[in-house]
Design a protein around this ligand. Structure first.
Ligand code: HEM
Length: 424
């Protein structure tokens, strides 16, 4: 299905009650993963995914290259799989991703140095330990005043544009980009190249060659920077890693590339899509603006409700094991759908309703277990500051186009909006 037809058929936000269609079936009884291009509503996972979860929290799944593996859609089994060290995250064990039509240059071969999402213990633990101290809740809280100033500066810049702007270009993308640049020690002036390369990496329909080129460019940039910070250190993460001498330059560059790309794309997606969701649910927005102290709760609920990591997390059993009465064989592909798990009625009451006052505790938007998002506290802090500040500065913020014309990031590994034209 093309993006165009999705835009044309998508319902007005807040009224996305499409009937659940019959389960998709590519061959025989084994369905393919319902993709984001099957969404009926910009904020809800495809109804086919919900239907799969309602049928069983663990189903067979046909991957784009035709091989058959497993899809976990229930909240409880999703947590179990992600917490179980018998499920590997190593890239050389992964086959084709669930949504990419072609091959993936990063699957089927060893992890790139520093690329910790694709590693298992003990390498993963060694590397993660070196990075964790920079992303603790305490350290992130200390960044609050600086993030507040970055947010205010961007809002000033937006206000100076008159009465209309693209919120992604002027707010949702620059805020996390500036924050992660400062933390890592990456010059923000270099953003055009790293933002383009990161976007290519996370795009679903690029060729393997395009993705590999983007990765090589990003890596070369970070390698040069890591060497430079080794010679002339600053007060930043890359300098600290270079001075500490525990990681190789290749590992520092790889971890830097991962942090830089994950650190801005994801939060930008959450800020852009989150603003769209709030504006489309005026009752929820009114609650937030009336009580900005709800921001922390609202952020958790938006993370749950929107689950921008929409393609799921890939894992591979290292041995035969049993889950929900099924035998999963060593080497089989398993995908954990965070979108489906975060809408599981067995864990969240009335899960398809956005309610910024509910407890969204236990949501899996940041994953779970050994690979749970390193940047979660940073992302939370940025969002908790950004949403109330945005709506306080522009109390009459509105979409400047019909909601059906907002370009959705359904072609991206992280869901979001490519642009959000707003006026005030
Ligand atoms: C709303 C924003 C974000 C969301 C929804 C998100 C989501 C996730 C998820 C689901 C994972 C788990 C991947 C897996 O298990 O395979 C993850 C891992 C990761 N995230 Fe985030 N993330 C966000 C923001 C950030 C930020 C701001 C940074 C950087 C500072 C970051 C850096 C990372 C890194 C380095 C990992 C890999 C951790 C590991 O493998 O041990 N993320 N993220």
């Amino acid at each position: 299905m093309s993006g165009e037809s999705v835009h044309a058929s998508r319902d007005i936000p807040g009224t996305c009650d499409s009937p659940v269609p019959a389960l998709p079936s590519s061959h025989g009884d084994v369905p393919a993963h319902p993709t984001d291009r099957d969404r009926r509503c910009p904020f809800d996972p495809p109804p086919e995914l919900t239907a799969l979860r309602e049928k069983t929290p663990l189903s067979r799944l046909r991957y784009p290259d035709g091989h058959i593996g497993w899809l976990v859609t229930g909240h409880e089994p999703a947590r179990k799989v992600l917490a179980d060290p018998r499920f590997s995250a190593r890239s050389e064990l992964k086959r084709v991703p669930v949504l990419r039509p072609g091959t993936d240059p990063f699957y089927g071969s060893p992890a790139l140095p520093g690329w910790l999402v694709d590693m298992d213990a003990p390498d993963h633990t060694r590397l993660r330990r070196r990075l964790m101290s920079w992303f603790t809740a305490r350290r992130t809280r200390a960044l609050t005043p600086r993030i507040g100033r970055i947010v205010d500066d961007r809002l000033d810049e937006m206000a100076a544009l008159g009465g209309q702007a693209d919120l992604v270009e002027h707010f949702a993308l620059p805020v996390p980009s500036l924050v992660i640049c400062e933390l890592l020690g990456v010059p923000y002036t270099e953003r055009a190249d790293f933002q383009r390369n990161s976007a290519t990496l996370f795009k679903l329909d690029v060729t393997a060659e395009q993705a590999a080129t983007a990765m090589a460019e990003l890596n070369a940039f970070l390698t040069e920077l890591a060497l430079h910070r080794g010679r002339s250190p600053g007060d930043d993460l890359l300098s600290a890693l270079a001075a500490d001498g525990e990681l190789s330059t290749a590992e520092i560059a790889g971890a830097g590339a991962l942090l830089l790309s994950a650190g801005h794309e994801t939060t930008a997606g959450s800020l852009g899509l989150g603003t769209f969701a709030l504006m489309s649910h005026p009752d929820q927005l009114a609650r937030l603006t009336a009580a900005p102290s709800l921001a922390a709760n609202a952020v958790e609920e938006l993370l749950r409700y929107l689950t921008i990591f929409h393609f799921g997390l890939p894992r591979t059993p290292l041995e035969d094991l049993t889950l929900l009465g099924h035998t999963l064989r060593a080497g089989e592909s398993v995908t954990v759908s965070l979108s489906a798990a975060n809408r599981d009625p067995a864990h969240f009451e009335d899960p398809d309703r956005l309610d910024i006052t509910r407890s969204a505790a236990g949501h899996l938007a940041f994953g779970h277990g050994a690979h749970q998002c390193i940047g979660q506290h940073l992302a939370r802090t940025e969002m908790r500051i950004a949403f109330p500040a945005l709506f306080a500065r522009f109390p009459g913020l509105k979409l400047a186009v019909p909601s059906s014309e907002v370009p959705l990031g359904e072609d991206m590994g992280f869901y979001g909006v490519h642009a959000l034209p707003v006026r005030w």
